[in-house]
Design a protein around this ligand. Structure first.
Ligand SMILES: *Cc1c(COP(=O)(O)O)cnc(C)c1O
Length: 390
């Protein structure tokens, strides 16, 4: 058996270097990276500000325990609070941990508010929230849960986008409603604005908390710092990770003061969460995203990519069934098999990621140039033209 556990079906490429939107493989090839480690390398590879911040921090201090004050954490939390709905942040190391934390905050809120029976979480079909036992329960994939024994219970699933079914699932035992404003793994499915507004109203009406999973769609990907800002619907709790550290593993749970009332000292923790190295990376990423014009530029690039893809979909209905998504979080629902399309794109020098519903995902660096977006469109067009001929 291989020394690395075989939990992944791996593609036979290894990369040795990255530069901006490009990855260089050990066998001497160059790839346009519109996969970005699944929406992680938000500033591309080797961004000077990120490299400088990490180098500087690495020379001073890597890690200290959360038993002490960590000023870099304070800085990041202050900025996240200033630029979001939240009043307070908890730092962890991954998306699954952020969502576990979010669920714990929600249930604890109900517990300390005198409603300990409110333990249930209503989740959506097509949802993905991570691979820990609780986040697998919150996610919609039975395949991912199979064989892993007893599941944390109290999770119900209703069809994503259906407000009536969601409302019907709420009761005096509901702790929270949990959705991704734009589903990622499920196939790049943006929620409808009216649906999210309905969730907000339903949560308020039923004394439940509204939890958004912005692990994939947050941190600038939509051309807004957070996807919920585009919809104008605020959650009570939100999980972040993927793009937050630009490639450094870091996650966060953001919450309002009300939602976080139960999180007193001793209620939650993480040895590595929010250590100075991770905070240096996340602070550098956030500072770049908040620079004047950065997010507007992301939105403009999203428009450029989308215009090219819509045109392609119109010209090649035999290859492209639908294009959906927001900003630089785009899904192409393929006519042919999405895995085969992804492989053909890779052979042509473009890295993408597959998602549910036969979708190929484009998750470019937020720093991708117009020229790189055009190059991506060119490769897609060539590959889709060929798939027609086959
Ligand atoms: C990737 C992802 C997660 C899990 O993140 P990990 O860092 O892999 O644990 C959770 N929610 C969403 C929406 C994701 O896309």
């Amino acid at each position: 058996m291989t020394s690395v556990m075989t939990t992944y079906g791996r593609i036979e490429i290894a990369f040795e270097r990255g530069e901006g939107s490009w990855l260089y493989s050990t066998d001497g090839r160059r790839f346009l990276d519109f996969a970005t480690g699944i929406a992680v390398n938000s500033l591309g590879h080797g961004h000077p500000a990120l490299v400088a911040a990490l180098k500087d921090q690495a020379e001073r201090l890597w890690h200290v325990s959360n038993l002490y004050n960590i000023p870099e954490q304070q800085q990041l939390a202050d900025k996240l609070v200033e630029h979001s709905f939240a009043d307070t942040c908890f730092f962890c190391n991954s998306g699954a941990e952020a969502m576990e934390g979010a669920l714990k905050v929600a249930r604890k809120y109900q517990f300390v508010s005198g409603a300990p029976e409110r333990e249930e979480v209503v989740c959506a079909s097509g949802a993905f929230h991570g691979r820990t036992l609780a986040t697998l329960s919150a996610g919609d994939s039975e395949k991912y849960r199979e064989g892993f024994g007893p599941r944390p219970d109290g999770f119900h699933h209703v069809p994503f986008g259906n407000l009536n079914e969601l409302r019907a699932a709420l009761s005096d035992r509901t702790a929270a409603i949990l959705v991704e404003p734009i589903q990622g793994e499920g196939g790049i499915n943006p929620a409808d604005g009216a649906y999210l507004e309905g969730l907000r109203a339903a949560a308020d009406e039923f004394d439940a908390l509204l939890v958004f999973d912005e692990v994939q769609c947050g941190m600038g990907r939509t051309g807004h710092l957070f996807a919920y800002q585009m919809y104008g619907v605020k959650p009570d709790i939100m999980g972040l990770a993927k793009g937050l550290g630009g490639g450094f593993p870091v996650g966060a749970v953001l919450a309002t003061e009300k939602a976080a009332t139960g999180m007193v000292p001793g209620t939650h923790g993480s040895t590595f969460g929010g250590n100075p190295l991770a905070m240096a990376a996340a602070n550098a990423v956030l500072d770049e995203l908040l620079k004047p014009g950065f997010l507007d530029a992301v939105a403009q690039k999203g428009v450029r990519l989308r215009a090219g893809l819509d045109d392609m979909a119109a010209r090649r209905p035999d290859a492209v069934e639908e294009v959906r998504g927001v900003g630089l979080m785009i899904g192409i629902k393929c006519v042919g098999n999405n895995l085969e399309v992804m492989t053909a794109l890779r052979d042509a020098g473009l890295l993408t990621v597959v998602a549910g519903d036969n979708v190929v995902r484009l998750l470019p660096p937020l720093t991708a140039s117009d020229g790189e977006i055009d190059e991506c469109l060119g490769i897609l067009d060539t590959v889709f033209a060929r798939s027609k001929a086959d």
